[in-house]
Design a protein around this ligand. Structure first.
Ligand SMILES: Cc1cc2nc3c(=O)[nH]c(=O)nc-3n(C[C@H](O)[C@H](O)[C@H](O)COP(=O)(O)OP(=O)(O)OC[C@H]3O[C@@H](n4cnc5c(N)ncnc54)[C@H](O)[C@@H]3O)c2cc1C
Length: 424
């Protein structure tokens, strides 16, 4: 097993329970991958620097939470828009945007999302909604609309704004506890700080070369490293070489892209707008800022924590900036869009936390999306190679849940089943 994110951990846990001998090799000195929970004594809630939400119905996540005796809660609260110094409610807004997504016709030829929008689905009356839909795919899917496959958004219109808003939950104790639960029995089979550099394989046998030069032989390898790592040149830090490359692997990987995200957690002594009673239930805030268009609070928890979010090309454009510059840009945006003075915001700010997922050699981006022509690429990645190599991880999810924890867990369980069938 390569990688101890939730996909690798779920696969290892399932195979171990079924009596298979499993060893898991993880490059970082911690488990969880793109789940990264930070605790700060000043804030009575875990601060998530990676995954935070449980999106929609997530039966696999829910089952694990129950088994682990962890708890989750649904989010409610109000959506607001802050623009040119004023706050206003954002009612009914997403329903209009959904109508744009509803115009996707799964029987048509694939187009980039930009080309789809250029056909003016919904006509004049949805012009504003189309602009919002474009912003939505950047933020939610971390995607470049000029590259994003419209067909990949078609199945059940997964990832549509209103579906996204339908049910969103959060793990009370922190998402990292879910990863810890999956790893509970792995003990000596879990090897941290052990990057895998190469997988040499032939049908029925895989040999892993570790960074320290040692080699591990196995009957099969389950590869759960992020898409960004699979796409990276093998000689780069974190890079992974296949000997030989599985047939069609490169072509499949080229049809997928890893999207960038900036995610800053701003912890306040009290919210800079705390004197406004009408904003007491503020959960979700949209702004017209070019980079930080989406913000959310900890609501329904009454904890003064605000997340600044940017995804897709606007986040990518900031990639060469230092963390301090990015933080300054977020605070400037908050001030400009809400009309609250920089001094008022700064005087209440207690801390800012983030993780640079794009610069991290073991993620190389936030999560994946399909490029034009790539709506079936996740399925291709999920196909076992000669009963020997099995790919799992959010990018290999076949059920429209890419980019989520639920999807990643699902791929781990699917890979475990494939291994059982192949070796059992
Ligand atoms: C900022 C951000 C916010 C997100 N928000 C949400 C959210 O709200 N809700 C949600 O459901 N999802 C969210 N996601 C997505 C979610 O985090 C991922 O889909 C999920 O955690 C991926 O799990 P995984 O096991 O597929 O990959 P990972 O968690 O990335 O695990 C892969 C593992 O492989 C390891 N690895 C890499 N290279 C090597 C190597 N050469 N050798 C050995 N090990 C290696 C990595 O260190 C890592 O531990 C978010 C992601 C990010 C980055």
């Amino acid at each position: 097993m390569i990688g101890a994110g939730v996909a690798g951990l779920a696969a290892a846990d399932e195979l171990r329970r079924r009596g298979f001998g499993v060893a898991i090799y993880e490059a970082r000195d911690r488990i969880g991958g793109r789940i990264l929970t930070h605790l700060d004594a000043r804030f009575p809630m875990p601060l998530e620097l990676g995954a935070e939400f449980i999106h929609g119905e997530a039966p696999l996540t829910e089952r694990l939470l129950r088994e682990a005796r962890l708890s989750d809660y649904d989010l409610d609260g109000e959506s607001w828009i802050a623009e040119r110094g004023h706050f206003r409610r954002a009612e009914g807004f997403w329903d209009e945007v959904d109508r744009v997504f509803d115009a996707i016709d799964a029987r048509r030829k694939d187009l980039s999302f930009d080309d789809f929008l250029a056909q003016s689905p919904g006509g004049k009356s949805l012009a504003r909604a189309r602009a919002a839909a474009r912003t939505f795919v950047q933020g939610f899917h971390a995607a470049d609309p000029a590259e994003l496959s419209t067909l990949a958004l078609a199945p059940r219109n997964a990832g549509e704004p209103s579906e996204e808003a339908a049910r969103v939950g959060r793990v009370v104790e922190g998402y990292d506890r879910l990863a810890a639960w999956l790893a509970r029995d792995l003990e000596d089979d879990l090897h941290l700080s052990t990057p895998v550099r190469e997988i040499a394989w032939e049908p029925g046998r895989a040999e892993l070369a570790l960074e320290d030069g040692s080699r591990i032989a196995a009957r099969a390898a389950v590869v759960t490293v992020p898409l960004g790592v699979l796409q990276a040149p093998p000689e780069e830090p974190g890079g992974l070489r296949f000997r030989p490359d599985p047939p069609k692997l490169r072509r499949t990987l080229d049809l997928l892209a890893m999207g960038p995200v900036l995610r800053l957690v701003l912890g306040f002594r009290e919210f800079p707008w705390s004197d406004r009673r009408d904003l007491d239930r503020l959960r979700f805030l949209q702004t017209a800022d070019e980079t930080f268009r989406v913000w959310w609070t900890a609501y329904p928890l009454r904890v003064p924590v605000l997340v600044a979010w940017s995804g897709g090309p606007p986040a990518g454009a900031m990639s060469s900036r230092s963390p301090k510059e990015i933080e300054a840009a977020a605070l400037r945006a908050l001030s400009q869009q809400t009309g609250l003075s920089r001094q008022r915001i700064a005087s209440r700010l207690e801390g800012v936390w983030s993780h640079d997922w794009s610069a991290d050699p073991f993620s190389r981006g936030a999560y994946s999306y399909a490029r034009v022509g790539g709506s079936e690429a996740a399925k291709a990645l999920a196909r076992p190679v000669e009963k020997t190599l099995f790919f799992a991880g959010e990018a290999a999810d076949e059920e429209g849940r890419t980019g989520t924890v639920e999807g990643a867990i699902g791929t781990g369980l699917r890979a475990a089943k494939q291994v059982r069938r192949a070796l059992g």
